[in-house]
Structures are given as C-alpha cells and as structure tokens.
Design a protein around this ligand. Structure first.
Ligand code: RIB
Length: 308
C-alpha cells in the first residue's frame, strides 16, 4: 500500500447559482450536481486515479448515501476495508458555485465526527504498510493528533492539510509533520500573522519552519504555490486556465502531490505536477468528477506523469 488517507467523506450537493439568495428570499438556480466529496475522500480518489495504491480510513453513515460512497471508493480502486458504517447521517456538503466559478461550502460532518483514535489503533496493521499518511481536519482533532503520533511511531511521513480552517488547532501537536499544506486563510489562523502579501506569507511560513516543520507548502490560488523548508524557499507559479468550478481543486493538488511523493519524485517536481493537475481539474464541473486519470491528464495537457 502507498498511501493511508485518514479523513472525511461527504456527499457534495453542488448548486450552480447566479447569485446567493438574501434572507427570506426563494431564488431559482440554473443547475445542480450531486457527487462524492469530502476532503479526505477527494484526496484519496485523486491519488488513486493517478495510480497510487490507497487505503481509506473513514466513517460513513447508515443512510442512502453510504452505499454509494463505499462503491465509489471501490470503483476508484481504493481499499475500503477500513470504511466503517456508523449509526449517524453521512457527511454532506451543500455547495454553491457562482458564475465566476467561486464556491461557498457548508459541511455537516455526520459520521465523520465519530472517527476516533481507537479506529486508527484498530487499523494499525494496514497503516503500517503505507509510505505516507494524509490527514485533513474534517474529523475530530484528537483523531488527527493521534494519527500523527501513530505515524511517527511507525516512521511513516505525514502530510497534514489543515482544512477547513480551524482556530483551535494545537500547534505543538502538529509541529512535527513532514508536509504541512495550508492555504492563506488557514496559515493566517494558525500563525495569527498577516498574509496579504507574498513577503508576509513567507515570513509566517519561515517562522513555522524555524519552529520545526519540515516542509510548509502554501497554496495561493492564482499566485501559485510557496514551498518553504530548511533548505530554502521556492515559488511555483500557477498554471493559467479558464476555470469553471474550483471546488475540490486544493484536494486535487494534495492527491496528486501525495501520489508524486510516494512515486519518489523530488518535491519541486511533485509540486509543479500537482499545480498542473489542480489547474486541469478546475476546467470541469464537480469535485471528484473533475479529477483526471494519469492517461486523461496527459492526453489533455501533454504533460507526462511518468516518474522523473
Ligand atoms: O475541498 C472540497 C470539499 O470540501 C468538498 O468536496 C466538500 O465535501 C468539502 O469537504
């Protein structure tokens, strides 16, 4: 197994809108799409579509959505032995995408809120065989902290995507992760520093690296990706495309980056590829619907996913 994703799954209910209704208003929207989502599941699916062997540790509910979610993991070649049924609703995410392709997302965590540290201990034999653990914050923080401790105990590198932004993240319990991948909002919340300019962002990140984080990678949307490590700072520029729906682009980035890491690509190359993969995903509607396989990605962009 290459990657263990310990995280969330959601059902994305995506409404394409002309504008948001105001309080008390009923408004017609032009289009709707339902699909599988959730930051953990999205990252797992992107990595699996690119060829990584992925296991998912997650909880689904006891409702009509659960079976479809499990089937979706399986049809993407993801190991579902640690996808557990739970006496709760499945996680759902009503999403609104406007005409400029920007999104607003509500999440109801449902079964995801019930993923426990004990669930990780129970899956330890499967986790042991992985070469990367990927985490986000749509599950309880104690479970995230425990996953980090377990990963360190097993000597497995850890990637933490601190999304969605959470004010009460305990820095001392995440400081040792190998890859920390926030966006600007998440970085601001964690560091309490201004992040309006590239200089301010670099300063905030450099402080995290000085405090012990190995690689901090900030996704900056149209400004690209900033990577800071003990070895230096590098800005990887964004790839310009006509975006129609940016939902899940950050997850496409992390799934592709994780795949490249376990394929032993140098970090700079992995970031460049992840950037291109995420850019490709925003040219299509939907979350996981927009994630390409390696073959589709190469056919569309001319960029090869072969090992470097
Ligand atoms: O990052 C995008 C994801 O955030 C969506 O799939 C939605 O489910 C929420 O988790």
């Amino acid at each position: 197994m290459d990657i263990a994703v310990i995280g969330s799954n959601m059902v994305d209910l995506i409404t394409y809108i002309n504008r948001m209704p105001v309080l008390g208003e009923t408004l017609e929207a032009p289009d709707f799409q339902m699909g599988c989502g959730g930051k953990g599941a999205n990252q797992a699916v992107a990595a699996a579509r690119l060829g990584s062997q992925v296991m998912m540790l997650t909880r689904v509910g006891n409702d009509v959505f659960a079976e479809n979610t499990v089937r979706n993991f399986a049809s993407n070649g993801i190991d579902t032995r640690r996808v557990m049924r739970t006496e709760a609703s499945s996680g759902v995410a009503p999403i609104f995408v406007d005409q400029e392709s920007h999104n607003s997302i509500l999440i109801v965590r449902g079964a995801n809120a019930l993923l426990t540290p004990q669930d990780i201990d129970a899956a330890i034999d499967d986790i042991k065989s992985c070469r990367l653990i990927v985490l986000q914050l749509e599950i309880p923080l104690d479970t995230v902290y425990h996953a980090i401790e377990v990963g360190h105990g097993l000597g497995i590198p850890i990637l933490l995507n601190p999304a969605p932004a959470t004010a009460n993240l305990d820095y001392s319990r995440i400081a040792s992760v190998d890859y920390f991948v926030p966006n600007e909002t998440e970085l601001a919340l964690l560091t309490g520093k201004p992040v309006d300019t590239l200089e301010e962002i670099t300063e905030a990140v450099t402080e995290l690296v000085a405090k012990g984080m190995h690689n901090v990678i900030v996704t900056l949307g149209e400004r690209g990706v900033l990577w800071v490590s003990e070895k230096g700072t590098q800005l990887i520029p964004s790839v310009s495309v006509d975006a129609v729906d940016t939902t899940g682009a950050g997850d496409a980035f992390i799934g592709c980056f994780s795949h490249a890491l376990v394929s032993r690509w140098p970090i700079a190359d992995a970031l460049e590829m992840a950037n291109a993969y995420a850019a490709d995903s925003v040219t299509r509607r939907g979350t996981q619907f927009s994630y390409a396989t390696a073959e589709d990605f190469t056919a569309r962009t001319g960029v090869s996913m072969d090992k470097r």
